[in-house]
Design a protein around this ligand. Structure first.
Ligand code: HAM
Length: 420
């Protein structure tokens, strides 16, 4: 039986691949305007990196890791997200020593053993970015605005931006205690998952999607009331600055995110058009993480966009139509001598950055013309023995069906001819 790809892992072909490339290109260009440089880290890391950073009791670490033991008995994992690896790389390569301020972006596959469904895959791709060394809340706003610009530039202009502050190690424990007590007093109405969470990770109950829990959360204590003065001031500046930058947003105190490293600002970009998997991007501040992983005390903030979800949205909204890349010139040669000359014509055109495809398989002129038609090429160059003998080739305009005989000696002018 033929071997198939693993469940929840997709192949990406043309024409969709062109949308992927366009999105990646757009990200690279936009992020460069804000000073971000690309970083590429391995997809495989020590398991412990993710356990320590994302948190032992998170769903990702508890249930979704692709982890295994290598031949030497070392526990490894495929990265479920990019931040932990980039922090590790930042520390290991001593990037903070000369200047702790650094901006990175990364694009690549991530792995989570989740139950596959629309918008949720086991191998998925993220475009993410991280900033190190800036504690000023204005960078939070700048980053959120950049993500907003990223989506707007792709024609996606109706995402909801939701923001929250998760407090800090000074004020959050007080809120967690109060919130846990609230959960304890409503144990009987909690779903099974939240029941478990009350022991290990109570705040996750805040964004539970079960009906009864959602009702219960309406009356739950809000982190807003427990933020310390510093966290409150930080959050206020983020909101004010984001407003000045021109992004529309709302505050949602139920955003907790699924990773433990966050503190203060957290945010999500959501859509109502993709069903339950509605988060297209998420991120936040993680000031203690660099130190937690053995580095200096450098603050950090970042985000990641889910590429599959974004591309589904783009295709759904038909903002970009995936199109097959058509050759500008299709070369049809009959006979060895014609093929030799066709290669020269093609090389000359390619030197002028013109996309040329030569037909090597066609059995007859008719069959090759049919293929040229299918490839949606605007121009065809035809050459057979007769043309070779006359020292010419035929240039056919596929739109007007007009054909011209061009002397071989004029091949240098061909780029101008087909551009006009
Ligand atoms: P995250 O919210 O876990 O954050 O993932 C970011 C985005 O990745 C989600 O909003 C979603 O679009 C996409 N995503 C997550 N899981 C899947 C899946 N199974 N299938 C398809 N798409 C998925 C992070 O990963 C953080 N590292 C973001 C960050 C960077 N925070 C600070 N820096």
């Amino acid at each position: 039986m033929a071997i198939k790809a693993l469940r929840g892992m997709n192949d990406i072909f043309s024409p969709e691949i062109h949308v992927w490339q366009l999105v990646e290109d757009h990200a690279r260009k936009l992020f460069a305007l804000y000073g971000y440089e690309e970083v590429r880290t391995p997809v495989l890391e020590e398991l412990n990196l993710f356990v320590r950073s994302i948190g032992e009791t998170t769903s990702i670490v508890e249930k979704e890791m692709y982890s295994f033991v290598d031949r030497k008995g070392k526990a490894l994992a495929l990265r479920p997200e990019g931040t932990a690896s980039i922090v590790r790389a930042y520390i290991q390569n001593e990037r903070a020593q000369s200047d702790p301020v650094a901006r990175y972006y990364n694009i690549g596959p991530m792995y989570r053993y989740e139950r596959p469904q629309q918008g949720r895959y086991r191998q998925f791709h993220q475009i993410g970015a991280e900033v190190f060394g800036i504690a000023n809340p204005r960078i939070d706003a700048e980053m959120i605005h950049m993500v907003d610009q990223f989506f707007q530039g792709l024609g996606i202009d109706d995402l909801e931006i939701e923001l929250n502050s998760l407090g800090c190690p000074i004020c959050r424990p007080g809120f967690t205690k109060k919130f846990s007590e609230y959960l304890d007093s409503h144990q009987s109405s909690l779903c099974e998952d939240c029941h478990r969470r009350t022991q290990k990770n109570p705040l996750r109950a805040l964004d539970c999607k079960q009906e009864t829990c959602m009702t219960l959360m309406k009356e739950a204590p809000s982190i807003q009331d427990d933020l310390c003065d510093e966290c409150e001031g930080h959050f206020d500046t983020v909101l004010t600055h984001l407003g000045h930058l021109g992004s529309s947003f709302s505050v949602n105190h139920k955003i907790v995110r699924g990773l433990d490293y966050y503190l203060r600002t957290t945010f999500e970009f959501t859509t109502s058009q993709l069903g339950t998997q509605n988060a297209v991007a998420g991120g936040g501040r993680y000031d203690g993480l660099v130190r937690l992983l053995g580095g200096p005390n450098v603050p950090g903030i970042g985000f990641a966009v889910g590429m599959e979800r974004l591309i589904e949205l783009i295709l759904l909204k038909q903002k970009i139509t995936p199109s097959v890349l058509a050759p500008t010139v299709y070369g049809i040669a009959m006979g060895d001598a014609a093929h030799e000359l066709m290669i020269q014509v093609a090389q000359s055109l390619r030197r002028s950055h013109i996309f040329v495809e030569i037909d090597y398989e066609g059995q007859s002129l008719k069959a090759m013309m049919r293929r040229a038609d299918r490839r949606q090429t605007p121009w065809v160059v035809i050459m057979g023995d007769e043309e070779v003998n006359k020292g010419i080739f035929i240039l056919r305009n596929m739109g007007t069906k007009e054909q011209k005989e061009i002397p071989m000696g004029e091949v240098q002018q061909l780029p101008q001819r087909i551009k006009t």
